[in-house]
Ligand binder design. Structure first.
Ligand code: XMP
Length: 516
């Protein structure tokens, strides 16, 4: 069953995803759609409410998106935020002054005597986050002005008869401390939507949807060891049981313990049917003599597809596999322009020995979810913390963390150093504080050291602890010196080939997270 849905009309602000997440935190399902979606299409989706996001600084700017006034006549509750508030005011006959009354950043909001449903009982003056050039100087007919700020006489309004409301500020950001409460009140007290979207309901709805899609068919899923593929597979397994085959390609570029996590912990938690392919020698052979990072990536990608297709062909000999499970997440869907998710893909049948007629329909059970929601679903499905809490790890694995040629010996060295760093970070309780901490082996660099009684001529490893929200930008994490010291001492004592540990203190940009 489709849960009650709030649609966020994206006017081009960076805040649309944040708004959707805040609505979901209020336990109401929410999706983002382009602001120029025709009203008829919006109505056809039967949304429980609409939220108009922020956008360009002025409704008078050239090419600024507008709102079809018809949107307010179809009986759907609407909340306008920032630009959406002004666009709403204009569309309904209010007045927006292009007078350069700018307010940016933390601003004091004054709640009116008639505070309305959104601001009733909140402190009479409280901080909110503003970001606007123009301001609404006259509310449309039928609206009550419920708050103001120093430079915006109309900073919030409501028309409860028509279930329309708006605020000039950004309730979705953390700098508006009462913002989440205001959103919750809009959903509950203005739009009448009850909070019913929970982790349990997500699982139930997704399992139903997968059953409906796959019917009595068979599906296959490549596990990477990461969160997304594990949770996607666990959901599909719950829906269709043994008609799902999971394939795990061990390319020999994994970290210590990762294969066991998949083979032992994932299988124990889900009961999924797992087929492991031991392909380490094949990957090492293909990578022999290669030092250029892009070439390494290409080789690893190519070999992965070949091995996966061979495995699929094997499974397909026993049963007709019509579906391929993928762990696509909602931000990828939004960023690639939405779509309905009914794509089919043809396999690369010239490389893997698959029959020509194999065509998979994609099953994407995480298509509507953000990462933190995926983790919660995984935990509720009983996946262990080592899987659902796993930090990001690149698909090409340690292959891109050895600077120079990848060999079995170098992998062993890097694996040992990496395991020590991870162990110490975990026991210092720092896993949640960092985004990830690649350990990089500078295999082509040697330096002189003194270890024990003698001179050594070993390799450095680089610690790259980073803090980030989304990996697009990152800062280097200020790890406590005593933790760095323990990691350094242990690595240089316990890993024979390594005689120096260095710390990367570069932010991204200009550095990337991985070295390659
Ligand atoms: P960079 O190095 O571009 O990394 O700053 C950003 C984030 O992406 C991860 N990463 C990958 N993840 N396949 C993946 O699944 C890849 O090929 C890949 N390369 C980089 C990286 O670990 C970081 O979190």
């Amino acid at each position: 069953m489709q849960p009650a849905t709030v649609l966020v009309l994206d006017f081009g602000a960076q805040y649309a995803q944040l708004i959707a997440r805040r609505v979901r935190e209020a336990q109401v399902f929410s999706e983002i759609i382009p602001s120029d979606t025709p009203v008829a299409d919006i109505v056809a989706r039967k949304p429980a409410a609409l939220i108009l996001s922020g956008g360009p600084s002025s409704v008078y700017a050239e090419g600024a998106p507008s709102v079809d006034p018809e949107l307010f006549n179809v009986g759907i509750p609407v909340l306008g935020l920032c630009y959406g508030f002004q666009a709403m005011a204009r569309a309904l006959g209010g007045e927006v002054a292009p007078d350069g009354t700018r307010e940016y950043g933390r601003t004091e909001l004054t709640v009116s005597a008639e505070a309305g449903r959104l601001h009733q009982g909140l402190p009479g003056r409280h901080p909110v986050w503003m970001s606007h050039g123009d301001s609404v100087v006259r509310a449309p007919e039928g609206f009550t002005v419920t708050a103001s700020s120093e430079r915006a006489a109309v900073a919030a309004f409501e028309d409860l008869d028509r279930r329309l409301a708006g605020v000039q500020y950004h309730p979705e950001v953390g700098h508006s401390p009462h913002g989440q409460e205001v959103l919750r009140r809009f959903l509950r007290d203005v739009a009448g939507v009850s909070p019913s979207w929970t982790t349990a309901s997500i699982i139930e709805d997704t399992v139903d949807a997968v059953r409906a899609q796959v019917g009595d068919g068979h599906a296959i899923c490549a596990l990477s060891g990461g969160v997304d593929s594990a949770v996607a597979a666990a959901l599909v397994q719950r829906a269709i049981g043994d008609r799902l085959t999971c394939v795990f390609v061990d390319h020999g570029l994994l970290r210590t313990g990762e294969r066991e996590q998949v083979e032992r912990d994932f299988v124990a938690a889900t009961g999924a049917r797992l087929h492991t392919v031991d392909a380490a020698d094949r990957f090492l052979g293909a990578l022999a003599g290669v030092t250029e990072p892009e070439q390494k990536r290409k080789i690893i990608g190519r070999e992965f597809i070949r091995v996966f297709e061979n495995a699929t062909a094997e499974v397909a000999r026993a049963e007709h596999v019509g579906f391929l499970v993928q762990g696509t997440l909602y931000p990828d869907v939004v960023e690639s322009g939405g779509g309905t998710g009914t794509a089919t893909i043809k396999s690369h049948h010239n490389v893997g020995g698959l029959p020509d007629d194999i065509e998979f329909a994609l099953v994407e059970p995480l298509r509507t979810l953000f990462k933190d929601e995926v983790r919660r679903v995984g935990a509720e499905l009983g996946l262990p913390e080592t899987i659902v809490g796993r930090q990001p790890f690149p698909g090409p694995g340690l292959g891109i963390r050895i600077i120079g040629e990848v060999t079995a010996g170098r992998l062993e060295t890097l694996r040992a150093a990496d395991a020590i760093a991870r162990e110490e970070l975990t026991s210092a309780g720092l896993d949640k504080a960092i985004w990830q901490c690649p350990v990089v082996l500078l295999a082509d660099v040697r330096s002189v050291g003194v270890q024990g009684d003698g001179r050594s001529y070993g390799h450095p490893v680089v610690l790259r602890p980073v803090s980030s929200e989304d990996a697009m930008t990152a800062d280097w994490t200020r790890l406590p010196y005593d933790v760095l010291e323990r990691i350094s001492t242990r690595i240089t004592n316990e890993v024979a080939e390594v005689n120096r540990v260095v710390l990367d203190v570069t932010s991204k940009p200009p550095g990337t997270i991985e070295w390659e």
